[in-house]
Design a protein around this ligand. Structure first.
Ligand SMILES: [Zn+2]
Length: 144
């Protein structure tokens, strides 16, 4: 990856937060603990932290960069009209915007949103959060 790409955009997954969240606290116990701890285990097993660290090192060594973006709404934002809703995500595999009807593979939508947020972050040194478009911008996009 580092040999063929100078800039790589990834979601800034807070691995330690994710692994701490499943059980919750005594006052507010976590939901779906079994599923989440399974997810936590797989995230930790895959060693994302080590992977990102090594990838970042190798990219920078070649003059490139690893850009991390805020993962909020990357899977819920419509890349065509900017509408943000949990209901846009019909299933694990399918994205279907309830605002404009755009349909696509959910992973592809996530990748588009991560790329855009990362490029915005790179260009403006912003937080990189995916934000909904203004009503006016949405209207303009929908007319084309
Ligand atoms: Zn849409």
């Amino acid at each position: 990856m580092a040999k063929n790409h100078s800039i790589v955009y990834v979601e800034d997954l807070k691995v330690s937060n994710m692994s701490a969240s499943a059980g919750g606290t005594k006052e507010s116990p976590g939901k779906n603990v079994r599923q989440k701890s399974g997810l936590n285990r797989s995230i930790l097993d895959q060693g994302w932290y080590s992977f990102f660290h090594m990838l970042s090192y190798k990219l920078e060594r070649g003059g490139g960069k690893l850009i991390k973006v805020d993962p909020r709404n990357t899977s819920r934002t419509c890349p065509r009209c900017g509408f943000v809703s949990a209901e846009n995500r019909k299933s694990q595999a399918t994205f279907a915007c309830i605002g404009c009807g755009y349909r696509s593979n959910a992973d592809e939508v996530g990748a588009i949103n991560i790329l855009r947020a990362g490029q915005a972050r790179l260009a403006c040194a912003m937080s990189g959060a995916v934000r909904p478009l203004s009503a006016g911008t949405r209207r303009d996009l929908l007319q084309h």
